[in-house]
Design a protein around this ligand. Sequence first.
Ligand SMILES: [Zn+2]
Length: 283
Amino acid sequence: MRIREFGDDPDVAVVAGIHGDEPCGPEAVESLLADPPTFGRPVKFVVANETALERGVRYLDEDLNRAFPGDAEAESHEGRLAKRLLAELDGCTTLALHSTQSYAGPFALVDTVDPATAEVCADLPVDAVVETDAYAGGRLIDYPRTVEVECGLQWSETAAANARELVTAFLEATDVLPTESGVGGDVPVFRLTDRVPKAPAADYEVFVDNFERVEPGVPFASADGEERVAENPFYPILMSATGYEDVFGYAGERVGRLADVATRADRRGSTSATRQDVPANHR
Ligand SMILES: [Zn+2]
């Protein structure tokens, strides 16, 4: 793990290289720090899984982004790394950089939209925000004040360029850098509701676009030519032919626009009976 700290006791952090086969984040951090600007507030930059990056693999022993909180005595490299990384990020507002095989544009993932995550997301140049709380467990975004961004397609030049823009926008959103770009906006918020499994096959296809509503009766994917047809309307999220081993990706619902969702979350936070209104599988 490589850490560069500017100023005393930073409470803002950028994390890259959680997955060793996603070079866009580490490249963005390296290019910014090759000639670091003057930071107006303490900040730290972490390149997490250096060994996996050097080898060009996603991980050595297990997926780091399913290994939190980790354990100093863990048998796996990522289990021990997760523990050290969490300690490093304790108390920080954190941006974690990723890339994907599912969608070319940048989008953000949060556990839930709350005042802290909404404030960051509103200033990021993203197409959408995704709430992942239905699938919490072992992920860095399960922790407070953490936003993940998918910068674009894995290994693409566009993802690398997007990563640089996202880092700058995040540093502006957190007052580490003076606000110049003024990007971001009132983007749609989606919530993961279901995994979309795929049967073992040699050849997979996905026919639909992520974040575009799929109507019932529409074939959305195939495994060795056998079509999967939508039973209910849904929004494909993180869906791709080969991105994951055992799922095409996720189905989701559209929750609303970021400003409205943030306002609702704010109201929920200030009344006590609220969490019970949320269906159990969405907690
Ligand atoms: Zn990743």
